[in-house]
Design a protein around this ligand. Structure first.
Ligand code: SUG
Length: 417
């Protein structure tokens, strides 16, 4: 396993992208609920981010939107004109775009059978997200169908809530060496749902056959969840030996560092103190929902939302960090505003998989030529805008179904139809 690299699989924003205010505890989702959405612009923003990362790192993958509207869900809930709009909207949600919630991934060097293990997240806390995993699993089984190198599991059964890689970090010397996997869970009982349950994290670690000495389980700070950090990746991100975190991310911040250091002594923490960036501003700008990536030169870059550059305190902190001699050498803002308005930043939009590129079904890997094909399918087929009253109409359903089919055809993935 000499050619292991990290590939980011971004979710293509589906043609039904809309703002339905479905996620309790996700401040952006709640505050934009009812807004007009722009699916074409949203998908093109995501594609531009992918193109940039392909140029920077040489590898980029993608996952496809599942069928929407989900008529089976509408039937099971007997949704009719009299039912609350949110039940209808759930079946139309494009939320699978946030592939950090698609699955938890344990690369081959961490597992005792030498395969990369993937467990789709059950996402049971939210109706609109809980419908995703069977389609996600089907897709992962195709993309990572080589059973010599990959194992794709079923989701963890309810009632243990699992939100996938958004609550999981990996510390390692280099992507190809054995890592320490850090599982971050929330304690239920607060103002907002704790979406990742400890027992789900522990089950994933067992399923993935991880060495218990190389696993760390840490509690999210309940105050951060109350402030809107519905996933840990809203307040912390790790890459190789670096943990980039807000000072209020964990229930016991110093205890969390100690636990990580006990399993991974080379840990380097880049902590942003609350007096430099408040937890509220961190959540508003999604500074930590960044892609922390190793550059070909060996330094690290932080790919942040544009919103960070517009915040005086966040940008001042970024500039002072760059002026210091820390491990993060570059900050790269990207425009993913359509996703951000639903609470999804650059890191939410990607699932990291450490693997040999040749072991992945090449249809899920991006090239410049394929990005051009995708762009023309999106430009020609994705609705320009969706008004909340359009949700549920037959004409929008036909547009959304045809748009997805056009993409599947262009990418030769019609078996997902
Ligand atoms: O699950 N928003 C998503 C955002 C997911 C962000 N992912 C990570 N942090 N990794 C969620 O809350 C909003 C949908 C709506 O309201 O229409 C939504 O599902």
């Amino acid at each position: 396993m000499t050619n292991l690299v990290e590939i980011n699989f971004d979710g293509i924003v589906g043609p039904s992208h809309n703002y339905a205010g479905l996620s309790l505890g996700n401040i952006a989702s709640a505050s934009h609920g009812g807004d007009v959405s722009y699916p074409r612009a949203a998908a093109l923003q995501g594609l531009e981010k992918m193109r940039g990362n392909l140029a920077r790192f040489g590898h980029q993958g993608f996952l496809l939107p599942p069928p929407r509207p989900n008529n089976a869900l509408l039937r099971r809930l007997a949704v009719d004109e009299a039912t609350p709009r949110q039940l209808l909207a759930a079946a139309w949600s494009a939320s699978s775009m946030w592939t950090a919630n698609a699955a938890t991934v344990s690369p081959a060097p961490d597992t005792n059978d030498g395969r990369c293990h993937l467990t789709p997240a059950n996402l049971v806390t939210m109706l609109h997200r809980g419908q995703e995993w069977p389609d996600t699993k089907r897709m992962l089984e195709i993309a990572f169908g080589d059973s010599e190198h990959f194992a794709v599991h079923d989701a963890i059964p309810p009632s243990f809530g699992d939100e996938g890689a958004a609550n999981h970090m990996r510390l390692c010397e280099g992507h190809g060496s054995q890592g320490v996997e850090v599982f971050v869970y929330g304690r239920p009982g607060g103002k907002f749902p704790a979406r990742q349950h400890e027992q789900a994290s522990r089950a994933v670690a067992r399923l993935h056959r991880l060495d218990p000495a190389k696993c760390v389980f840490i509690e999210q700070n309940p105050t951060a969840i109350e402030a809107g950090a519905f996933h840990n990746d809203v307040v912390a991100v790790a890459n190789e030996h670096v943990l980039f975190t807000h000072a209020e991310a964990f229930a016991d911040q110093l205890g969390a560092y100690d636990a990580m250091r006990a399993a991974f002594p080379a840990l380097e923490v880049v902590e942003v103190p609350s007096d430099a960036v408040s937890i509220e501003e961190a959540i508003r700008t999604y500074l930590f929902n960044a892609q922390l990536v190793t550059q070909p030169s060996g330094g690290m870059a932080l790919i942040v939302p544009e919103e960070c550059r517009e915040s005086a305190s966040v940008w001042a902190w970024c500039e002072s960090m760059l002026a210091s001699n820390g491990p993060i050498r570059e900050v790269i803002p990207v425009d993913v505003r359509q996703s951000m308005a639903n609470g999804g930043g650059p890191a939410c939009l990607r699932l990291r998989v450490v693997c040999e590129p040749t072991t992945v079904d090449p249809r899920f890997l991006l090239s410049n030529a394929k990005a051009d094909v995708m762009a023309s399918v999106i430009e020609g087929n994705w609705p320009e805008q969706i008004d909340p009253v359009d949700i549920g109409t037959e004409s929008l359903a036909n547009t959304v179904i045809a748009a997805r089919n056009a993409l599947l055809t262009a990418l030769e993935l019609t078996e997902l139809g």
